[in-house]
Write a protein that binds this ligand. Structure first.
Ligand code: SF4
Length: 463
C-alpha cells in the first residue's frame, strides 16, 4: 500500500510536524484489504505515511482475520515479536505503537491487552474510523479497546477514498456495499466478528463509485461478506437488491467493468441473474461458495440449500450468461462427513466445473456450533480427502485456462509488466494476462488473443 496522498502532517497541537510511518499487515479476505486501505487514508489525515518496511514504522497495525485455524494464537505470537521491537525503540527514545484491528480484535477485545500489554489500541471492523482518536488517547499511556458497534456510520467518517485512487492512478478499486452476515453457517465466525448484515445506502454507494471513476478507476468490485444480500430503498421508496444496484452503477460514464463478491446461493435472485444477462460490463465470473455436495452435510452446516438447488441455480445463471466462469469454496471433513458425503462433493464439482476454487480442511472455531458437534473427522482423513478434491479442482482450473488459448478477449490494462513494453491486464475471468502492446495506456481496454498459459497467468498478443 502506497500512501503518497498523505496530507501535510500536523502534530496533535495543530502544528506541522515530522511525518510518522505506519506499517499495516493485512490478513485474510478482500474486505480486510479494503479496510486496510481505508485505515491508511484515515491515518494520512494524522500525518501518517504508509511504509512497506516494518523496521521504519512508528505504528504497526495487524489487520487480522479470524477464519483460519489458530488465528488468535498466530496474532499473539506476532505481538510477542512486536513487543520486543517496541522495547528496543523505547530504549532509543522513539515512539512505537502497536494496534490490532479486524476480526480477531473484535473476537478477543480486552483479552488482547491482558495477554499482550504492549498493545496500544484494539479496534473492531466497525469502529476503525475512530482509530486516529484512539491513537491520540493511547499516547497518554492508556491502552484503548474500541470494539463496540458504532452507532454512527463509519463510512461517513472516513476520508474520501477517491483522492487516494487518483494519486495512485488505480484502475481497479474495491467498494464495500454491505457488511456482516445473518446466515450463521455452523462453521463460521463472521456473524460473531462482523455482526449482522448491514447495507450501505444507494446514494452513498453511487456517490463513492462516481468519485472513484472520476479519479480514473475503470473496474469496480463491490464487496460484502454476503454481498448479494445487499438491499436498500430506491429514490421513490422501492426495495432494491444487488441486481438493481448493478444496473444503476452501469450508467456511470467511464466505468467499464463491474464485479461483486462474496455471494450466498440463497441470495441469488432473479434480478441479479437478469443483470448477468443484460449487463456486458458485469464480468462473467462469479464466486459462489457451496462448501459441500452432500445434503446431509449442507444441513449440518446450516447452508439452507441442497446440492440440487445449487446445481439448478448454476444452470439458470449459465442460461442467462453462457460464458460465465464459476469459482467456489469447499470445506472437507466437516463433523460427521463420511466417504459417501465426500463423494457427493466430488460429484458436484464434476457437474459444475470450476475455473477457480478455494478448499480447506474443516477446523473448529470456538463459539461456533460446529465446534460442539460429534464425530469430528480425523486429521489424516481430512488431509487425504482434501488432496483428492484439490487434484480435481486443479485439473478443472488448468482445463479452463487452456480453453482460453486462441480466444480473442477484452483486456483491461492495469500495470506495467516486468519486461520493457510488457503490460499486465485482467481478463473478464479475473486471470492475469501479460501482453506486449504499444501506443496504449494503463486503464485502456484492448482486444488481445490468448497465446499461452503460465503457472499463474496467461500470455497474449494484440489482436
Ligand atoms: S454465509 Fe458466509 S459469512 Fe455468513 S456465516 Fe456462512 S460462511 Fe460465514
Amino acid at each position: 500500500m502506497n500512501q503518497n496522498s498523505a496530507v501535510s502532517p500536523e502534530t496533535e497541537l495543530g502544528q506541522p510536524g515530522p511525518s510518522r510511518k505506519v506499517f499495516i499487515k493485512t490478513y485474510g479476505c478482500q474486505m480486510n484489504v479494503y479496510d486496510s486501505g481505508r485505515m491508511s487514508e484515515a491515518l494520512a489525515g494524522e500525518g501518517y505515511v504508509a511504509t512497506d518496511d516494518m523496521q521504519e514504522a512508528d505504528l504497526v497495525l495487524l489487520n487480522t482475520c479470524h477464519i483460519r485455524e489458530k488465528a488468535a494464537e498466530k496474532v499473539y505470537s506476532a505481538l510477542g515479536r512486536l513487543r520486543d521491537m517496541k522495547n528496543e525503540r523505547q530504549a532509543e527514545g522513539r515512539e512505537f505503537m502497536i494496534g490490532v484491528t479486524g476480526c480477531v480484535a473484535q473476537a478477543e477485545g480486552e483479552e488482547i491487552i491482558r495477554r499482550a500489554p504492549s498493545v496500544d489500541v484494539v479496534i473492531g471492523p466497525q469502529t476503525y474510523h475512530r482509530l486516529p482518536e484512539a491513537l491520540k488517547r493511547a499516547r497518554s499511556g492508556q491502552s484503548v479497546v474500541d470494539t463496540e458497534y458504532a452507532v454512527e456510520d463509519k463510512f461517513e467518517h472516513l476520508p474520501d477514498q477517491s483522492k487516494t485512487a487518483s494519486t495512485k492512478r488505480n484502475v481497479t478499486a474495491f467498494l464495500t456495499v454491505q457488511e456482516g452476515c445473518d446466515k450463521f453457517c455452523t462453521f463460521c465466525v463472521v456473524p460473531y466478528t462482523r455482526g449482522s448484515e448491514i447495507s450501505r445506502s444507494l446514494e452513498q454507494i453511487v456517490r463513492e463509485a462516481e468519485k472513484l471513476v472520476s479519479a480514473g478507476v475503470r473496474e469496480l468490485t463491490l464487496l460484502g461478506q454476503n454481498v448479494n444480500a445487499w438491499h436498500a430503498e430506491g429514490e421513490t421508496g422501492e426495495q432494491l437488491g444487488l441486481g438493481d444496484l448493478l444496473y444503476r452503477l452501469s450508467d456511470i460514464p467511464g466505468l467499464k467493468r463491474l464485479r461483486y463478491t462474496t455471494s450466498h446461493p440463497r441470495d441469488m435472485d432473479d434480478r441479479l441473474i437478469e443483470a448477468h444477462r443484460d449487463l456486458d460490463m458485469l464480468m462473467p465470473y462469479l464466486h459462489l461458495p457451496v462448501q459441500s455436495g452432500s445434503d446431509r452435510i449442507l444441513k449440518a452446516m446450516n447452508r439452507r440449500h441442497k446440492a440440487a438447488d445449487y446445481i439448478a441455480l448454476v444452470e439458470r445463471i449459465r442460461a442467462a450468461r453462457p460464458d460465465i466462469a464459476l469459482s467456489g469454496d469447499f470445506i472437507v471433513g466437516f463433523p460427521g462427513e463420511t466417504e459417501e458425503d465426500f463423494q457427493a462433493t466430488l460429484r458436484l464439482v464434476e457437474t459444475v466445473g470450476y475455473a477457480q476454487a478455494f478448499s480447506f480442511k474443516y477446523s473448529s472455531r470456538p463459539g461456533t456450533p460446529g465446534a460442539d458437534m460429534p464425530d469430528h473427522v480425523p486429521d489424516e482423513v481430512k488431509a487425504e480427502r482434501l488432496a483428492r478434491l484439490q487434484e480435481l479442482l486443479l485439473s478443472q482450473q488448468h482445463a479452463f485456462a487452456r480453453s482460453c488459448v486462441g480466444k480473442t478477449i477484452d483486456l483491461l490494462l492495469e500495470k506495467p509488466g516486468r519486461l520493457p513494453g510488457q503490460l499486465i491486464g485482467r481478463s473478464p475471468w479475473l486471470q492475469s494476462v501479460n501482453v506486449d502492446a504499444k501506443d496504449v495506456e494503463i486503464g485502456d481496454t484492448i482486444k488481445v488473443r490468448i497465446t499461452g498459459t503460465g503457472p499463474n497467468s496467461l500470455f497474449a498478443e494484440v489482436a
